[in-house]
Design a protein around this ligand. Structure first.
Ligand SMILES: Cc1ncc(COP(=O)(O)O)c(C=O)c1O
Length: 362
């Protein structure tokens, strides 16, 4: 389906002045959005770019009651020569399809996902910042809009994409965070929604995250829901650690999100001389390895931060420092390689970047 475009030339000046200033993450929205409704009898129809604004939504819309909502998060980067590139958009489209299937929602076809994202980035081209570490963060989402009470899959949906101009994630420099090991609450249970990108997983994580914050920790280290023993994820990121020179991450299964950054790291690390493996590890083994200094680095991976080094774990009331507490060589190398790729400073050997055509008036 061709997404009906709009002329956004009137917003160019505003973009230039806005993105020249401080850009916090997720709050500076671009002036347009894409909307594509779906109805069982019509399929996807009337896709268009419109000015960003509130939706009319019925108070009985099923997304508001039964959680039929799915989303994605991906970035567009301005390269040094001014072109704008999407990073791994196809992988995000495929994950959104898997999420939709898990939630009994109509999967957004890959071509529709890609044309919606491209249309929005092209329209708001001028809002892609160009300073190091900045990006346009895109949020495609799918919600059930049918007005009906009763637990069953809805018949009407809305796929939409909004965008933000995002500043550097590490405003205070690339440094490690403190993470609290969560031994009671769970993010995702086996057979549940953990491998899908759905609002329910995030609301399930909030209370533990708030309690961790009260103990001066920025994230939670999630363990499995049945034994509270096996390492799964950290905050809204996949988790990695370096043990005796090898990089490890837990296998994904159905309780861990298949992170696109995780996959990029699994494929890039060997090329950087860092051996990498998937391995199930218990929290006791992890802490033992940190204390004996066989584990020297730990970090989270995700689209927002790329690589977020972990300096300390809060285990009960005890703080355990990983290595010397500063980001290790593997974390730095991976962060620098992926961000160099984003900016066009390194060759795109895997074909992960796709150019967004610049509109004539931009
Ligand atoms: C729970 C969870 N795990 C992992 C990730 C990392 O995924 P990605 O690298 O695709 O952003 C995210 C972020 O989207 C997440 O929310």
């Amino acid at each position: 389906m061709r997404i009906q475009p709009v002329d956004a030339s009137a917003f160019r000046e505003l973009a230039a002045t806005t993105i020249a200033g401080e850009l916090p993450f997720g709050r500076v929205f671009t002036p347009h959005m894409v909307v594509v409704p779906y109805a069982t009898e019509r399929g996807w129809h009337d896709g268009r770019v419109v000015e960003r604004g509130p939706f009319q939504i019925d108070p009985a819309a099923m997304c508001l009651h039964y959680g039929q909502t799915a989303f994605e998060g991906l970035k567009a980067h301005r390269q040094q020569d001014g072109t704008v590139m999407l990073f791994r958009a196809q992988s995000h489209a495929e994950r959104m399809k898997r999420t939709a299937e898990r939630l009994c929602m109509p999967p957004v076809p890959t071509e529709l996902f890609l044309s919606a994202v491209n249309a929005l980035v092209a329209t708001d081209h001028a809002w892609v910042p160009d300073r190091e570490g900045t990006s346009m963060y895109l949020r495609p989402a799918l919600i059930a809009t049918e007005a009906a009470l009763g637990v069953r899959p809805a018949q009407e949906f809305l796929f939409f994409v909004i965008a933000t101009a995002a500043g550097p994630y590490f405003q205070g420099g690339f440094k490690g965070i403190r993470v609290a090991v969560e031994r009671t609450m769970s993010r995702a249970a086996s057979g549940g929604l953990g491998s899908a990108k759905v609002g329910a997983n995030y609301v399930a994580s909030l209370l533990a995250a708030e309690r961790a914050k009260a103990k001066a920790c920025s994230q939670v280290l999630w363990l499995d829901a049945s034994e509270h023993r096996w390492i799964e994820e950290t905050g809204a990121s996949n988790v990695f650690w370096v043990e005796d020179g090898t990089l490890y991450t837990p296998p994904t299964g159905d309780t861990v999100l298949q992170g696109v950054t995780r996959d990029s790291i699994l494929r890039l690390a060997p090329q950087l001389g860092v051996p990498v493996e998937e391995k199930r590890v218990s929290i006791d083994e992890l802490i033992g390895g940190i204390r004996s200094h066989s584990i020297t680095e730990m970090f989270g991976s995700g689209t927002a931060a790329v690589v977020a080094p972990i300096a300390e774990l809060l285990v009960g009331d005890e703080l355990v420092t990983i290595g010397d507490g500063s980001p290790g060589p593997a974390s730095r190398k991976l962060y620098e390689s992926i961000t160099a790729l984003h900016r066009g400073r390194a060759p795109d050997k895997f074909g992960w970047l796709t150019p967004v055509p610049r509109p004539e008036w931009a």
